[in-house]
Design a protein around this ligand. Structure first.
Ligand code: B3K
Ligand code: ZN
Length: 887
């Protein structure tokens, strides 16, 4: 670790590279105690940029053995190898630089660069991991053709993979072998990949729209061969969808996926060799929940879609990360919507935005979709860059409409194929193709923070006029005290007694009305605007932000009856769900006030009755019913409370639990009915109708267990009878939360006995326990960290147990003595040197310290201060800690 304070780098300082690489030739010689990497880089001066600048290559944790220029070994005074660079003083305009370096992959616990996951070698190079493999121009605007040879022991590593096509396989003396790979597409180093292991594959093929036959392979350990079918099916669906919806055809004859257990993120889109966290590729009904199946489908698609949005057209620099990530998340969200239920997917995504992204926007790490600066780029793989970035692309889609948007994406891919470009290039392609001016819209890329739309209305019955007054504002964020108005598409309708009303804005001819004239997208582009609707014969309830048409908060003073009406009858599924959420929030807040005033809490009857009616409506989509009846989470409620002055963890928990129990008892008969009627008899399939039924049934189970102790027996019966992990885990969760100690402990112990050999299932078991109630929760987590099932080196286990506790058990994480905070900081300290990326990510809940009332904020800050004072802080942890403590 460096001891000097890490420094920020700025977008405004971007300079094109002084040198370019046409071809990169790599030779990997893999051994148990070291690996050597020979690299020959075919370099040339970038005309007009370089002047006579020296060549500066990036490198980290490398042991340099030799350097040669055009075949001549360099003397010591001709180059300089520093901690993070290799500098060659005098170089010609065109030359080959050869280096030989030694690395210790077996000790690489950062899971970045070349490292070992269990018995295999694998790589993770995005963003700046390639420099841990060899000296290189490790920046995305340097794109080269790669020729790679891998040599290793044949028995241990029968499978040797890299990008592109395998061009030669050779047996070597001493039980070793070698495979050569050649990737015809120039690429930045972050897309390089290598895998060596004892792997087995499930093979299939796909014929592209242009008639190219592509070999598809998913490589896993032999024991997991039966868990690849769903990923393979998902891959083929994604390939077809990208042809149908974006006209994008796959461009090589081979596409490989490899599953590895130790991985910092979900997966990585390396050219033709995607590497996946095993949790994001392996699936079986016995071991994987419905949610897990959906995640696998979405991530397989996401990585595949990157082949065009990311690989063929890549990012100029890491400030442009959202160029590929925001666009690709938008693409995978639309794919998932097309594969399942569009509304359910939209509700899920809006929930992520509102709970996680809005919180990020309101915290010390707030940054624009295109950040202006960073200390450590790994800290910027965020919900803002990914999910808000996807919302920005979605708004462009809304503004242009599907046809113009497709013209825009065609133009973007055609114009920039093989280039490293910027968010600006993307927006310009959309403008050029559609003729629309996106000038003001561009602020979405540069301005951080969540805009607030405040809506008022007036109704004039005499003139049958209805006016909406919409104002926008955006709170200050670090470095951005003042905000300019954005262009915000506000989708809306008006709900009358008999349904959604036809819409006609003042000044529009009555005959402008079209068949679908009950839905509008209003363009909000100033601090305050008025929209006057004519011919409105009754006072309507406004249906606002339909489909979550923009990533904003919206405030309108709804009466509870209005929300009930929207919830029951609006045409827009998102608005129906959102009305249920708003109603729940207002009811929970009311109960919280009653409890704080020492009054008997009374849960508003209108809410209970609206929920009961919804539950009784057997014609409604069960997935939507479950979503609408699920109460907002405690963390989300805490974020809302923080906006009003400070969150009181216990009060929030108490109020939410009171409402939950009231909803459970009031609707008990209907919950029971929903539980019984939603049982799925057909063999398990991860398809929408079954997933919806199981979702409602397991939501019913949670409420029933809260309504009456004897209903725990339903959970116990379901646990025993379950034929799939969705139902089994749902029952386990209910038992772990609500059953008596003995039942709870016996069931948990039995679960471990049954599933101890399935690492991914064991992670679920850890996570369930991390969220358990009771004052001994932290003690349980500490004990589990010493359990044979836990391993601090494995990010999935750390996320399940430590992340599961800090994010999924608010009451115990925020216990009054601050021990939850101390525990988290201790784990961060341990991980700081081993795996800085995971350490820094775990810190997120502590960064929210300003949200909490009283002593808790001090206790949280004290742990951040303790971390800040540690010697040898990684840049990752340093950045989060120091920004969290800034005034
Ligand atoms: N692009 C990778 C993320 C890599 C993260 C590096 N710290 C996965 C994805 O978004 O598809
Ligand atoms: Zn991605």
């Amino acid at each position: 670790m460096r001891d000097a304070k890490p420094r920020a780098i700025y977008l405004k300082d971007y300079q094109p590279p002084a040198y370019l690489i046409d071809k990169t030739v790599l030779y990997f010689d893999l051994h148990e105690d070291h690996a050597t990497v020979e690299a020959t880089l075919h370099l040339r001066r970038n005309d007009g940029v370089a002047g006579d600048a020296p060549l500066v290559l990036h490198g980290q944790d490398l042991q340099l053995e030799s350097v040669a220029l055009d075949g001549r070994a360099l003397d010591d005074d001709e180059f300089q190898a520093g901690d993070e660079t290799l500098l060659v003083h005098r170089v010609p305009a065109r030359f080959e630089l050869s280096t030989r370096t030694r690395i210790r992959s077996q000790d690489n616990s950062s899971l970045e660069g070349l490292y070992k996951s269990r018995t295999m070698f694998c790589t993770q190079c995005e963003a700046e991991g390639f420099r841990k493999i060899t000296y290189y121009l490790d920046r995305p605007d340097v794109m080269a053709r790669f020729e790679v040879a891998i040599e290793a022991d044949r028995a241990r590593y029968p499978v040797l993979l890299s990008n592109g096509n395998a061009v030669a396989r050779e047996e070597l003396p001493g039980g070793r072998h070698r495979v050569r790979w050649d990737d015809p597409f120039p690429k930045p180093a972050y897309l390089f990949a290598l895998v060596a292991g004892d792997l087995h594959s499930v093979d299939d093929s796909f014929t592209t729209c242009g008639g190219r036959e592509v070999a598809l392979r998913i490589f896993v350990e032999e024991k997991d061969l039966d868990k690849c079918d769903h990923a393979m099916r998902s891959l083929k669906k994604a390939m077809r969808w990208d042809e149908d919806v974006y006209g994008r055809e796959y461009d090589l004859d081979i596409f490989n996926i490899v599953a590895v257990d130790d991985f910092n993120m979900g997966a990585m889109e390396n050219k033709s060799l995607n590497i996946f966290n095993s949790s994001c590729v392996l699936c079986s009904p016995e071991t994987t929940t419905d949610k897990g199946f959906q995640t696998v489908e979405a991530i397989v698609a996401h990585e595949y879609f990157h082949n065009w949005s990311g690989n063929r057209v890549t990012c100029r620099d890491w400030f442009q990360l959202s160029l590929k990530e925001g666009f690709t998340v938008f693409r995978d969200a639309e794919f998932s919507a097309d594969m399942g239920s569009r509304t359910v997917k939209r509700v899920e995504d809006a929930t992520v935005l509102r709970t996680l992204q809005f919180a990020e926007d309101a915290g010390p790490m707030a940054h624009p979709v295109r950040p202006d600066s960073f200390i450590e780029i790994s800290n910027f793989y965020t919900v803002t860059v990914y999910e808000k970035g996807a919302e920005v692309v979605r708004m462009i889609h809304t503004l242009l409409g599907p046809e113009q948007f497709r013209k825009g994406s065609d133009l973007y891919f055609e114009r920039h194929d093989g280039q490293a470009v910027t968010c600006e290039d993307f927006v310009r392609a959309m403008e050029d193709a559609s003729g629309l001016d996106l000038g003001q819209f561009r602020r979405w890329y540069s301005q951080a923070g969540t805009p607030l739309l405040t809506v008022r209305d007036e109704y004039d019955p005499e003139r049958e006029r209805y006016t909406l007054v919409v104002s926008q504002s955006c709170p200050p964020t670090p470095g951005q005290p003042h905000k300019e108005p954005l262009l915000i598409p506000l989708a809306m309708g008006l709900l009358g007694e008999a349904g959604n009303l036809p819409l006609r804005l003042a000044g529009e001819a009555p005959d402008a009305e079209t068949a679908d004239n009950t839905h509008r997208v209003l363009m909000i582009d100033a601090a305050e605007q008025r929209f006057v609707f004519e011919g409105v014969g009754e006072k309507p309830v406004p249906s606002l932000l339909r489909g979550f048409s923009a990533p904003v908060r919206l405030e309108y003073g709804y009466a509870r009856e209005d929300l009930c009406a929207l919830m029951r009858r609006d045409d827009d599924g998102f608005v129906r769900w959102d009305a249920a959420q708003q109603l729940a929030v207002s009811v929970i807040n009311e109960v919280q006030e009653q409890l704080q005033a020492n009054q008997e809490p009374r849960v508003a009857a209108v809410y209970l009755e609206a929920c009961d009616a919804l539950l009784a409506d057997t014609s409604a989509d069960p997935a939507m019913v479950a979503d609408m009846l699920r109460l907002p989470g405690e963390t989300y409620l805490a974020e809302l409370a923080a906006q009003r002055g400070g969150a009181d963890v216990e009060a929030i928990h108490g109020a939410r639990e009171t409402v939950l129990r009231a909803l459970a008892s009031h609707c008990e008969a209907n919950w029971l009915d929903a539980y019984r009627r939603s049982a799925v008899d057909a063999p398990y399939a991860p398809e929408a109708a079954q997933i919806a039924a199981r979702g409602l049934r397991n939501t019913a189970l949670e409420y029933l267990a809260a309504a009456r102790e004897e209903h725990i027996n339903l959970a116990r019966a379901q646990y025993t009878a379950a034929g799939n992990m969705t139902d089994r885990l749902a029952a386990l969760r209910v038992i772990s939360q609500r059953a008596a100690a003995q039942v709870r402990e016996e069931t948990l112990a039995g679960f471990y006995r049954d599933w101890r050999d399935e690492s991914l299932v064991v992670n679920q078991w850890l996570q369930v326990q991390a969220a358990m109630p009771g004052d001994d929760a932290l003690e349980r987590v500490r004990q589990l960290m010493a359990h044979e099932a836990f391993d601090l080196r494995n990010p999935n286990k750390v996320r399940a147990l430590v992340g599961g506790f800090a994010n999924g058990n608010p009451l115990q994480f925020h216990r009054g003595d601050g021990e939850g905070y101390r525990f988290l900081a201790d784990v961060v300290e341990q991980l700081n040197s081993r795996n800085p990326q995971i350490a820094s990510r775990l810190l997120t809940p502590l960064t929210r310290w300003r949200n909490y009332a009283g002593e808790r904020a001090n206790l949280m800050r004290a742990q951040l201060q303790r971390l800040a004072a540690l010697p040898g802080l990684s840049p990752d942890v340093y950045e989060v800690v120091s920004k969290s403590l800034e005034d």
